[in-house]
Ligand binder design. Structure first.
Ligand code: PBG
Length: 328
């Protein structure tokens, strides 16, 4: 009896690095990455963030340097988060022309011009003393429609300061429409909207709340962010935001929602972004610090997976490092 050889051998195309490179379906590129940056008012030295080793709360100066390095490495865009010196019930610093993000946007647009895409997170939680993403009613609920007026005003302040893209992350109903109208009325028709269309109420945002000093002082965000049990409503959220004028849609977090990234990618016809959030970052850094995982390989594997699931753009705290290693 003649030996039976497998006719089909999948291993043939896995044999050498060159073969694997030739047949790779998904490639990471620096320009698909967006770096989130924190800038804090009233500090003279950058501050480390305990739960996000390697990430800093920047001063205006150190922010400029970090932004420069990211652009130099080829990163596709920057997204700014501000931490004001003073917080109040309505988040007054968020739309103050002299607020920290507006100042930082002016700095970066003067420094970097059109060499990068300047994005600003558009929300109230970093600016309110209660830590919720909107204005509260007397009963302590987030008042959707009163909050929309605040978001509209923040969008105009960010646009006046030179933002290219605003990224509303508060999950209020109608927020994209309110922002689009306000921008257009104020003459900022060219400012684009990257909607956090699909945003789950996730424990993976834990370290971010240290970074942005915005943990809710009571309750949580489950009354406005999505339930991790659900997938269908994510398609509805994405389609609604497009109807309201969103130019991009974002899914957040990334790794635990790759099914949603894929479904959104198959549903819409605009660029899809996914946010590899603070908890995803912290888990990898913590395990790597223990020597339990291969940090660089895990970073590449997670980013490749998010791209393979269908994200065109990935927001990641590792953007500069990864961009550099892709170029080497
Ligand atoms: C809200 C906002 C949050 C994040 C981005 N924008 C926090 C939240 O919704 O609680 C989380 C980002 C991260 O965890 O890395 N302004």
């Amino acid at each position: 009896m003649t030996a039976q050889f497998p006719v089909v051998r999948s291993r043939r195309l896995r044999r050498t690095p060159a073969l694997r490179r030739l047949v790779a379906e998904t490639r990471l590129h620096p320009s698909d990455l967006v770096l989130p940056l924190f800038v804090k008012e009233g500090i003279t030295e950058p501050q480390p963030i305990a739960s996000m080793p390697g990430v800093l709360q920047h001063t205006r100066d150190s922010l400029r340097k970090a932004a420069h390095e990211a652009v130099e490495a080829g990163v596709g865009g920057l997204i700014l988060f501000g931490i004001p010196a003073v917080k109040d019930g309505r988040g007054s610093a968020a739309d103050d022309p002299a607020g920290i993000v507006q100042k930082a946007l002016r700095d970066l647009s003067a420094d970097l011009g059109d060499s990068t895409v300047l994005i600003a997170d558009l929300c109230l939680d970093e600016y309110t003393d209660h830590g919720h993403c909107g204005i509260l009613t007397n009963d302590g609920e987030v008042d959707n429609d009163a909050t929309l007026e605040r978001y509209a005003s923040i969008a105009v302040a960010q646009a006046a300061a030179g933002v290219d893209v605003v990224a509303p992350s508060g999950m209020m109903d109608g927020q994209v429409a309110a922002i689009r109208t306000a921008l257009d009325e104020a003459g900022y028709g060219n400012v684009a909207i990257m909607a956090y269309a699909v945003k789950y109420a996730s424990a993976f945002y834990g370290p971010f709340r240290d970074a942005a000093e915005c943990a809710p002082q009571f309750g949580d965000r489950s009354a406005y962010q999505q339930d991790p049990s659900n997938a269908e409503e994510s398609m509805r959220e994405a389609l609604l935001d497009l109807d309201e004028g969103a130019d991009f849609v974002m899914v957040k977090p990334a790794l635990t929602y790759l099914d949603i990234v894929r479904r959104v990618r198959d549903t819409v016809h605009v660029p899809v972004a996914a946010y590899q959030v603070s908890g995803e970052y912290a888990m990898v850094e913590a395990a790597a610090a223990q020597g339990w995982i291969d940090r660089e390989r895990i970073i590449m594997e997670t980013l490749t997976s998010v791209r393979r699931a269908g994200a065109d753009i990935v927001l990641t705290y590792w953007a500069t490092e990864v961009a550099r290693s892709l170029r080497d």
